[in-house]
Ligand binder design. Structure first.
Ligand code: ADP
Ligand code: MG
Length: 679
């Protein structure tokens, strides 16, 4: 609703405390609802006795005169609260002289629901919204900081379970990314409005209340209640989350020294307060001046703690609280001046978006998985089966290179290595051809019987020197998986398949028993219910007729009642036994289910690796084709069978060795050009 638009200004509203003696002739609210004019007679004490009237006009964002707490919240707080739920930092701050209504505006009358202030209403709205926005998971924490004479005080330190302040005490610390936090300030997780309000009241009680000539209850300290909000989309894949801080600030009185006859401790307080307020103003003015890149936030605890929450990239709304009485007109004037200076600050609210590294990795992994699947569909369409994309170890590469070299030189008849890399080779019935990955901007002429094809290659020579560019491709398709699975179950996987079947039988049998028992238990329960109803009815009836008593005056049971009671006892025993068995059987069922699942998984995994070993290219070799390995995207592939002859037309001398090597094996190795890229 009132989320600031980039480039807008801090919003400042003035609120006057209700009074029977409103100084109408001095304070004038213009009909535009935004402008306050103050007329002041020249002070006779300063020597000029001419009753001359001076007038000042302040144009703000709104006037809150004679308005309810509810309306104040609507005009001041709601927009900032909703912004915070979207991830914008926000600050609502009241300032003005002591007694002018800052605490009334922020906290309100804690004992009166209707007169509750912005803070309780904001907390209510936060939790209301959290409930409404079920597509996001929110976590909300509260902290309550008091700054008293430049000392930081944790107003919630007394809360049970709160960790004490660590060594070094409390301090405002800067975070990476420009934020600030208060070290040692307790953060309290809150899940409901009620818990949040309890914390607010607890903190209020702990506020240091200073006696003061003007208002005995007015606080001499600054108080910042911060609602820390984190929100994540409920869809797991979304690694982004947003955080925000909603600061609800009740500043100490802004009245100037000397006015109230302060002494001693109160004088010291007043000095600190004036200092922090004047630095607050300086910080605000520096923020307002876009040419200044240094803002003196660190000069006082107040400005430092609010560094990431004043103007700049967050929503800021200020309320200037004033008295309506003539006697306070000087302070009122000073408050309004402060207010109009504050109004100059520009805001460019920015959402605090973060990326969760764990979720991000999960998301990327998912993406890789999808891409692999897509790739494998492409491969299937391109008639390349069983590719995998894991990289090859160095030894494996070396072994393959050496075999290929020997094969090409003619010293090796078959690439069929055993031992550690014993997966490359010619499998009976599902043989591999030898292929050559050829870079793509040179020309190789491939001669197939009856036609000549020219293909572009890039750095052919390098591919020759670097034998790792040689790859294998299956030269015929593996059998369908379903068929192979049946074979596997009958042979290699027969043992595990047998165990799986046995477990399944046990599982089915246990499940049947569980159903039976459930039925029994439910029947027993129904019987217990009906018997006990009958018993009660019988007793009620007996009662209305008077209690049977023995000769000695002891109550006795009649026969029907006795038999019902015994029956009930019997049923209950039976029920307990059956229930026990039911529980045991349930556990057995889930255990058997677990065993069956395990067997099934093992059967499938063993089948997969058997299938891959038996019919498909070794994974390492497949990997070379498209990732990580020596094959780079853009290389032109690759070649089935041993039928075609080829001739190389190369314009680089380093291609000659390749040409020669290939010539030696030209009778055996031929290339069929497939036009598909590997990557
Ligand atoms: P501050 O915090 O600025 O020192 P308070 O909020 O404590 O001032 O207000 C001083 C007194 O005036 C309190 O008793 C408060 O209830 C009363 N008061 C202030 N503003 C209003 C208002 N708008 N309506 C009713 N009572 C108010
Ligand atoms: Mg106060």
């Amino acid at each position: 609703m009132m989320i600031a638009h980039p480039g807008s200004e801090v919003r400042v509203l003035v609120r006057s405390r209700p009074t029977a003696n409103f100084a109408q002739e001095l304070i004038e609210y213009l009909p535009d609802g935004q402008t306050v004019s103050v007329h002041q007679r020249k002070d006779s004490r300063k020597g000029v006795v001419n009753n001359q009237l001076s007038s000042w006009s302040f144009r703000l964002d709104g006037v809150l005169h004679d308005v309810s707490q509810e309306e104040v919240y609507g005009r001041v707080g709601r927009g900032v609260v909703l912004g915070a739920l979207e991830g914008y930092n926000g600050t609502v701050m009241c300032f003005g002289q002591t007694g002018a209504g800052k605490t009334y505006t922020m906290t309100g009358a804690t004992e009166n629901y209707k007169q509750r202030g912005i803070i309780p209403r904001a907390l209510q709205e936060v939790f209301h919204e959290v409930e409404q926005r079920s597509d996001h998971a929110f976590s909300v924490h509260l902290s309550f900081l008091e700054i008293y004479n430049e000392t930081l005080v944790d107003l919630l330190a007394s809360v049970r379970g709160c960790p004490g302040v660590g060594p070094g005490g409390m301090a405002v610390v800067e975070e990476a990314g420009g934020g600030v936090s208060v070290r040692g300030l307790s953060l309290h997780p809150v899940h409901s409005e009620e818990v949040a309000l309890n914390l607010l009241f607890e903190g209020e009680m702990n506020r240091i209340i200073g006696a003061h000539a003007l208002n005995k209850n007015s606080s001499r300290s600054h108080c910042i209640l911060t609602v820390h909000i984190e929100s994540r989309s409920r869809t797991l894949s979304d690694a982004k989350y947003v955080t925000s801080k909603l600061n609800l600030v009740d500043l100490a009185g802004s009245e100037r020294l000397g006015k109230t006859g302060s002494e001693g401790q109160v004088l010291k307080e007043a000095m600190y307060i004036n200092k922090s307020l004047s630095f607050l103003e300086q910080a605000i003015l520096a923020l307002a001046d876009r040419r200044r890149d240094h803002v003196p936030f660190r000069q006082t605890k107040l400005t430092h703690a609010l560094k990431d929450s004043l103007g700049g990239n967050c929503n800021t709304v200020l309320v200037a609280n004033i008295y309506g009485e003539a006697s306070q007109i000087e302070e009122t004037l000073s408050t309004l001046r402060f207010a109009s200076r504050m109004k100059c600050v520009q805001m460019d609210p920015v959402v605090n978006e973060h990326t969760d590294p764990v979720l991000q990795v999960r998301k990327l992994e998912k993406e890789i998985q999808l891409l692999k699947q897509e790739l494998s569909i492409h491969n299937t369409l391109a008639n390349r089966m069983g590719m995998s994309y894991d990289t090859l170890s160095e030894t494996q590469v070396a072994e393959i290179q050496s075999q290929v070299r020997r094969y090409l030189e003619g010293s090796l008849d078959e690439i069929n290595s055993q031992g550690s890399q014993g997966t490359v080779g010619v499998v009976e019935g599902h043989g591999f051809g030898v292929g050559l990955a050829v870079p793509s901007d040179r020309h190789i002429r491939l001669l197939s019987p009856g036609r000549t094809k020219a293909i572009k290659t890039k750095e052919l020579a390098r591919s020759v020197d670097n034998m790792s560019d040689l790859v294998f491709l299956p030269s015929s398709s593996p059998p369908p998986k379903a068929e192979a699975f049946e074979d596997f179950k009958a042979e290699r996987g027969s043992e595990i398949n047998r165990i799986l079947k046995e477990n399944k039988v046990v599982l089915l049998e246990r499940r049947a028993r569980l159903r039976e028992l459930t039925e029994c238990v439910n029947t027993a329960k129904r019987e217990i219910d009906s018997t006990s109803t009958a018993l009660h009815q019988w007793r009620d009836k007996r009662q209305s007729q008077g209690q049977f008593v023995s000769a000695e005056g002891v109550p006795v049971l009649d026969e029907a009642e006795l038999s019902l009671t015994l029956r009930l006892r019997e049923l209950k025993t039976q029920y307990r036994q059956q229930y026990e068995e039911l529980r045991g059987t349930k556990a057995e069922v889930s255990y058997c289910q677990h065993l069956v699942d395990q067997c099934r998984t093992r059967l499938l995994t063993e089948f997969e690796s058997w299938y891959n070993e038996s019919f498909l290219l070794p994974e390492e070799v497949q990997a070379m084709l498209r990732s990580g390995g020596p094959i780079r995207p853009g290389l032109v592939p690759v070649y089935k069978a041993l039928r075609l002859r080829y001739e190389l037309v190369a314009d680089s001398p380093s291609a000659i060795s390749f040409y020669n090597a290939q010539n030696r094996t030209v009778q055996r190795v031929s290339l069929t050009h497939t036009n598909t890229h590997c990557g």
